[in-house]
Design a protein around this ligand. Structure first.
Ligand SMILES: [Fe+2]
Length: 371
């Protein structure tokens, strides 16, 4: 059975961004390093998230988050933290921003290089002295605010996780921060969250409480993703999307699968994580179908579909309705990278918990199907 733990204190609900001032005070944060990205600032969401703070006039804001967080960006954030004598980190943004905020917090309290903390090492260096860290998601996707790691592209080219399950002091999840999220990002990040629920449920590790949470998250996400995309200001749909994303990330501890082993590998080339997951999910389900036993029908039941429904067709059709790419070809992926991606996927941690045991040739077949 996978270890069962729920690590993060969470404020959840419309308007909960008002908790930021009180939580900052409780944690003794007087001069935070705000980690965000330029898009979140330009959209006014950063200002919305911090509207109850009084110290914003001379706030230290690091908005250089790349689309996929990198080791270099973490080091740049550390420099900003040290130069401005900050005493805490507040991440406000999507999954990339929140993962970067975690990586910066690791380096603020413990020595570089970041690679030493990566879960690819047999004995990752322990994180012992991080500063207080508050995370506020502005998408409903990665669930990084409650996830157990930060996924980073390291300077050696590998995209992998830094395990930091207790680094987040408090998460503040306010669905109102997602009301203006554009349609495409709502769809792609939402499919990331949905794939977390499906993959963790299909993981062969035994953990019934997590299975229940995964199915609940899947129900919310499948029921509300099209409404959230079509009517971004539907507060109820946004609430369920954010809750589904949180539930998906709580489930990580049971392990992901080949959707994520491939998307981590292709993501190292710069492609968007949620988009990759949306593309891979139908094809991974097809490859896993023979070993899922009653899990297919339980997934169907959670989605309010007949038990014999073909889930590959279901998710291909959903991607189409959401306006997501039909395959890797449309995304611009060149087939020549398949052997290297297959090899990288075999080395990814998520590979270990895919229910069907994939070989290098199996990954190449999977990638061809998804092309
Ligand atoms: Fe993911």
């Amino acid at each position: 059975m996978a270890i069962l733990s729920f690590n993060t204190k969470v404020h959840f609900g419309h308007g909960e961004r008002k908790q930021l001032a009180l939580e900052s005070t409780k944690l003794g944060i007087n001069r935070p390093l705000f980690v965000t990205d330029k898009g979140v600032r330009a959209a006014g969401v950063f200002a919305q998230a911090t509207e109850t703070l009084t110290m914003m006039a001379d706030a230290v804001i690091f908005d250089q988050t790349p689309p996929n967080p990198t080791e270099d960006a973490a080091v740049a954030g550390l420099t900003a933290y040290q130069m401005n004598r900050c005493d805490g980190v507040i991440g406000i943004g999507g999954g990339a921003t929140l993962d970067l905020a975690k990586a910066i917090a690791v380096l603020c309290g413990d020595p570089a290089p970041l690679w030493e903390y990566c879960n690819r090492n047999t004995s990752p260096r322990p994180i012992v002295n991080p500063p207080p860290l508050i995370l506020m998601p502005t998408t409903s996707g990665s669930g990084s605010e409650v996830g157990r790691s930060a996924v980073i592209i390291f300077n050696n080219g590998i995209k992998a996780g830094v395990g930091c399950p207790t680094i987040v002091s408090v998460a503040i999840c306010d669905p109102e921060l997602t009301l203006s999220l554009p349609k495409y990002m709502t769809a792609a990040t939402g499919m990331d969250a949905l794939s977390h629920c499906v993959e963790t449920f299909c993981s062969p590790l035994v953990n019934p409480p997590i299975d229940a949470i995964a199915l609940d998250g899947l129900t919310r996400l499948y029921q509300h993703i099209e409404r959230a995309v079509a009517y971004g200001c539907d507060a109820d749909a946004r609430w369920h999307m954010m809750m589904g994303a949180l539930e998906g990330a709580v489930c990580f501890q049971k392990g992901l699968g080949a959707v994520h082993s491939v998307s981590h590998s292709l993501g190292a080339l710069g492609y968007h994580h949620g988009t990759l997951n949306a593309i891979m999910l139908p094809h991974v389900l097809a490859i896993n179908a023979s070993v899922l036993e009653d899990k297919s029908s339980r997934l169907c039941r959670a989605m309010n579909l007949p038990p014999e429904t073909n889930l590959t067709d279901t998710f291909l059709s959903l991607n189409q309705r959401l306006g997501l790419p039909s395959g890797l070809k449309e995304l611009g992926v060149d087939r020549s990278v398949f052997p290297a991606i297959a090899q990288a996927s075999l080395n990814d941690n998520a590979h270990k918990t895919n229910p069907f045991v994939l070989t290098e040739a199996g990954y190449c077949t999977l990638l061809s199907a998804a092309w």
